[in-house]
Design a protein around this ligand. Structure first.
Ligand code: TNX
Length: 546
């Protein structure tokens, strides 16, 4: 009943019992994984899981091990496997053989899931037994991500760390950290302190589609120490944190802090409403330099080989009206504002490349041509993924029609204020990371994997993140980790067992049988999209990718 489903699992004789005298021995190269596993299991076992004394691991599947004798050993070993692959054998003892730390970590997560749900509590739970079993496992895709939008609604550092733990439980390995947007700037930049002094706070927030506002200030940001901690915490859990600094649109919070970055004479406030904004960066040299300063600090904080610079939903109204943008277009011999955006992104792509990093951008960066080596995060359906892969770019499939977890999970009235269309847990489970059009095409190899998205316009707290992300994130995890092909009845069974784990952790996932605590607020009508209207909108958005 492991989620995501492993490649192979079969029963074995014997049983392993976690008790206060269980020991844990690891290859020195796996000592961090061992320390992490000790940290998770020690409070439950009631012991310290000290290393065993012998250097030779105990035989795992002895002829007739006594079932449930207890005080066995957990062993983590390196073996000749790919880095993320592992083999787990459970009998009197438990042994994980892995290609590297990532594989050992995933194997350790599987071992935790094999234990009863009480293993996910933080207090001694008596003797916990695992029936003998053998698991062989490795991920289908190397990029198994989740976008976490902390710009629209701030999540405390503590909530982010908890979310990282939940991602790791599901064997996801990329946190795409959406740190900046119109509604908030969440990363401390020493050189430009007003970005957080001013840009991290807004007066109030829009609560629905009729323009209702909540009348309460909202905000917060992460200090550089917080971010270093988040990155290290994630790394220990085999998760790469990829930061996003969204440019040149989605920048009203930065412009509110430093009006000289924008195109207007009048000051702006940090944006309080949702939707694609009209305020974008200007293209002055000083603005480019400003964001190079910002990125200098961002690169220091985030060692990931990838940096996301957004590029999505850039409205061109202000550039059309701006003499300096028009001058830039003329100087560079560009055709229009679309090409100006493309130039802007290429320029920062060059900045990143010179520093050994790769640019990731949303699929709009394909418009007007893109530097080779850039990675496309395709979100408007799947056309961007197909186009990018065929043009030789690596692709991350973030299809909104399958993976946007801000969309409601049921058409019913009891759901939170709707955003977009309906996306049930079954819809997410049915997602296939390789777009249909690419099947059988060598360009399919360009699809590195996929990402689900927790966009937080209407997700205003950590509790609501739980409700929207779970259990759909578990379904997503199977689409990127488990072998191709779907088995919905099997998934339903695994999920039922998995929900007991989420219960033990204290995750407030959406329960099919209620209670549903997130009522649509009275007086805040939703704007549910009909499937037809939604499709029409998607077609319009992506017409230039066909
Ligand atoms: C589109 S994904 C956006 C986000 C919104 C999201 C809401 C992307 C590149 N742009 O800014 O939060 O839809 O579903």
């Amino acid at each position: 009943m492991i989620v995501p489903k492993p490649v192979k699992q079969e029963p074995r004789p014997g049983a392993f019992v976690l008790d206060e005298r269980t020991s844990l021995t690891a290859d020195p190269l796996l000592s961090e994984v061992a320390a992490w596993l000790r940290g998770e299991l020690a409070p439950v076992a009631g012991g310290e899981l000290l290393p065993g004394t012998g250097t030779e691991p105990l035989p795992v599947t002895g002829a007739e091990p006594l079932p449930g004798r207890g005080s066995g050993t957990i062993t983590l070993r390196l073996g000749d496997l790919p880095p993320e692959a592992y083999r787990l054998t459970v009998g009197q003892d438990a042994e994980i053989v892995a290609g590297g730390p990532a594989g050992a970590f995933h194997g350790a997560q599987t071992l935790r899931q094999l234990l009863p749900p009480a293993a996910f509590r933080k207090a001694p739970a008596g003797r916990l037994t695992v029936a003998g079993t053998y698991v062989e496992d490795a991920p289908r895709f190397p990029w198994r991500g989740c976008v976490l939008d902390v710009a629209r609604h701030f999540l405390t550092k503590h909530e982010v760390l908890r979310f990282i733990d939940l991602m790791a439980l599901h064997k996801l390995n990329v946190l795409h950290f959406h740190l900046t947007d119109d509604q908030g700037w969440r990363v401390e930049i020493r050189r430009h302190p007003r970005l957080t002094e001013v840009g991290a706070w807004r007066r109030e927030s829009q609560t629905g589609w009729n323009g209702a506002m909540d009348g309460r200030p909202h905000g917060g940001y992460y200090t550089q120490d917080d971010l270093r901690e988040i990155v290290a915490y994630a790394a220990r859990r085999q998760i790469m944190v990829v930061p996003e600094i969204d440019l040149p649109g989605h920048t009203q919070a930065a412009i509110a802090a430093y009006p000289e970055l924008g195109n207007l004479d009048t000051p702006l406030e940090v944006r309080t409403t949702w939707g694609v904004g009209v305020n974008v960066l200007n293209v002055e040299d000083t603005t480019l330099k400003f964001f190079e300063d910002v990125l200098d600090e961002v690169l220091e904080l985030f060692p990931s080989p990838y940096i996301v610079l957004g590029g999505d939903e850039v409205r061109k109204d202000q550039w059309r009206a701006s003499p300096s943008a028009q001058r830039r277009i003329a100087e560079l011999g560009l055709r229009d504002e679309e090409e100006l955006q493309s130039w802007f992104i290429r320029r920062f792509g060059g900045y990143l490349a010179a520093r050994g990093r790769r640019l990731v951008g949303w699929d709009e960066i394909l418009e007007g041509g893109l530097a080779p080596g850039a990675v496309v995060a395709s979100w408007r359906g799947e056309l961007g993924a197909v186009a990018a892969a065929r043009r030789g770019h690596d692709v991350i499939n973030c299809s909104n029609t399958s993976l946007y977890l801000d969309y409601r999970q049921d058409p019913g009235e009891q759901e939170p204020v709707p955003f977009g269309t309906v996306l049930t847990v079954e819809d997410v489970y049915a997602f296939e990371p390789i777009p249909a059009e690419l099947r059988g095409d060598p360009a399919a190899a360009r699809v590195l994997g996929a990402q689900c998205g927790v966009w937080t316009e209407l997700i205003d707290s950590g509790r609501r993140v739980d409700y929207m992300a779970f259990p759909r994130l578990a379904a997503f995890a199977e689409t990127v980790w488990s072998p191709a092909g779907r088995d919905l009845p099997g998934f339903r069974e695994r999920l039922a067992a998995h929900l007991r784990r989420l219960d033990a952790i204290g995750v407030e996932y959406r329960r099919a049988d209620g209670p549903l605590p997130w009522q649509t607020r009275p007086g805040v009508p939703g704007r549910p999209e009909t499937p037809e209207r939604w499709q029409a909108k998607l077609d319009a958005w992506t017409s230039n990718l066909r």
